[in-house]
Design a protein. Structure first.
Lengths: 103, 188
């Protein structure tokens, strides 16, 4: 049955397949293209600020702020202020990651 | 570097410019470079319905424009675009607007005295393959993709692609032989 070799069949298939001439198709596509959304670069700083604010609000009832403030006033950065800074930084970072994903 | 690599690098540079400048005219160059094969493959997949094929080709390019930043430079733009093309084709079929190929339309193709050309027989034979076989033969044999690239485009395991190509070709040989029993095609 197989008088049509694999190579010949491939050749035949390739010969039988040709691209379609443009005839204005590209222009038609160009007209249909929507505007590309501009990158939302404002999202990044906004997310950092919102992240910081949320952390501040979440910890507002906690005495941790007073402890951190007294450490800063005495210019002796202890564990509390360091932990608070790390927390603020971490939440801001998460906000930035979200913003980058969205943008 | 072979010709395909050179073409891929040109495509990657064009994508980079289109993304950087957001300029549709740069994207138009990409459309011009690829529209011929995208439209041809959709015509094949749809069973030669040029109007629907062109609508789907337009959808393909609009989707590619929207998703352009998802294109990875280490991939070939052509392969990425063909994957979108095939996705648009499948979406069209699932929407119910696409008609399943009616085998009865081509049942008599081999005995039609008005269609003696081998190319016509081959077209009809291709229509008689299953969806997956036709798509696998189209991408591997007609468009020259590797089995691995075709597996990406068709979103199929590599083994399935190889099987579909093999079965598709066997079926094609059988159909072409059946339609030429007295055998003008013995030279093939």
């Amino acid at each position: 049955m197989n008088d049509l070799s694999d190579q010949k069949l491939d050749e035949l298939l390739r010969q039988n397949f040709a691209g379609v001439p443009d005839h204005g198709f590209s222009k038609r596509v160009l007209r249909a293209l929507p505007q590309r959304p501009s990158p939302r670069i404002w999202l990044l700083p906004a997310a950092a600020v919102i992240g910081g604010l949320l952390t501040w609000l979440a910890l507002l009832p906690s005495p941790i702020w007073q402890a951190a403030a007294s450490e800063l006033l005495t210019r002796d950065a202890g564990a509390t202020s360091l932990m608070l800074s790390a927390l603020l930084f971490g939440v801001s970072l998460l906000g930035c990651a979200w913003a980058l994903e969205e943008a | 570097m072979d010709e395909r690599d050179a073409e891929a690098r040109i495509d990657a540079a064009l994508v980079h410019r289109a993304l950087r400048d957001g300029d549709p005219r740069v994207f138009e160059i990409l459309v011009r470079r690829h529209q011929g094969l995208v439209r041809a493959q959709l015509r094949r997949l749809l069973g030669d319905d040029p109007a629907t094929a062109d609508d789907l080709a337009q959808d393909t390019f609009v989707l590619a424009w929207r998703k352009l930043e998802q294109f990875r430079v280490d991939a070939r733009f052509g392969t990425w675009l063909y994957r979108i093309t095939y996705t648009c084709f499948l979406r069209h079929l699932r929407s119910g607007r696409g008609q399943a190929l009616d085998l009865n339309d081509v049942e008599d193709a081999g005995t039609d005295a008005n269609k003696p050309e081998l190319a016509v027989d081959l077209d009809a034979a291709l229509q008689r393959l299953s969806h997956n076989q036709r798509a696998a033969v189209l991408y591997c044999s007609q468009l020259g993709l590797s089995h691995e690239e075709a597996a990406v485009v068709l979103n199929m395991p590599l083994g399935s692609v190889k099987t579909h190509v093999l079965r598709g070709k066997t079926r094609l040989r059988q159909l072409l032989h059946d339609w030429a029993p007295n055998n003008e095609r013995a030279k093939y």
